[in-house]
Design a protein around this ligand. Structure first.
Ligand SMILES: CC(C)(COP(=O)(O)OP(=O)(O)OC[C@H]1O[C@@H](n2cnc3c(N)ncnc32)[C@H](O)[C@@H]1OP(=O)(O)O)[C@@H](O)C(=O)NCCC(=O)NCCS
Length: 180
């Protein structure tokens, strides 16, 4: 667990743990706020508490088996950001799939960049096997995310047309990778 100051806000950055099973509502509230805002992420349906609990159980199991790492950022006892890397399976086991989301009131203060560096470092230390490539998928229209990923050393390697149906429009998907 770490505490860091962003724009005068003391934010806790910690790994997901068993104790989150008892406070699944906090994670549910955070995810559902992003979905309500209709940000450019794949999920489009709000999560029920049961779904959130199931996701948490599965994810904690993956973390225990060293196949995933996940960090949350907390402020005033609320989750304000999250990020994770999941190892792929079989012949793709050397590839870690990355994801991130920051609550709208906590953007542009350096939290996303910080969480990204932290999760990549954690993945290098904890995942078995150690990932050789971090891969992510992003809407071509998500300029802020693409800018952050480029800054973190990710390169665009593919564009797949019309993969996301967002607000009634078909948006191209961009695949970016970073070799570790
Ligand atoms: C994309 C996202 C994770 C960025 O997080 P953040 O905490 O705001 O990012 P930071 O404050 O660390 O900014 C780091 C860099 O990202 C880029 N960036 C972030 N927001 C930006 C914006 N609104 N416009 C342009 N660039 C932006 C910039 O390069 C920035 O560096 P700078 O501040 O030196 O210009 C955040 O906007 C978010 O969660 N959005 C909604 C969910 C989402 O899109 N997730 C990604 C799905 S692939």
């Amino acid at each position: 667990m770490k505490t860091k100051k962003f724009n005068n806000k003391q934010i806790i950055i910690r790994s997901l743990s068993q104790k989150d099973l008892k406070q699944a509502k906090k994670l549910q509230t955070f995810i559902n706020a992003l979905i309500k805002e209709n940000v450019q992420i794949k999920i489009n349906k709000k999560k029920s508490l049961k779904e959130e609990l199931n996701w948490l159980k599965e994810h904690l199991e993956k973390i225990k088996k060293r196949k995933a790492v996940f960090l949350v950022a907390e402020h005033n006892n609320e989750i304000v950001g999250s990020t994770g890397i999941n190892l792929q399976r079989g012949k793709k086991e050397h590839v870690g799939e990355f994801g991130i989301g920051i609550h709208k009131d906590y953007r542009r203060i350096g939290l996303g960049g910080c969480l990204m560096s932290e999760i990549i470092n954690l993945a290098k230390k904890q995942l078995k096997p150690r990932p050789k490539i971090i891969r992510l998928s992003v809407f071509i229209t998500n300029k802020s995310a693409i800018s952050l990923y480029k800054k973190m050393g990710f390169k665009i390697v593919a564009k797949i047309p019309k993969q996301f149906n967002h607000k009634g429009k078909l948006i191209d998907e961009i695949i970016m990778i970073k070799e570790l």
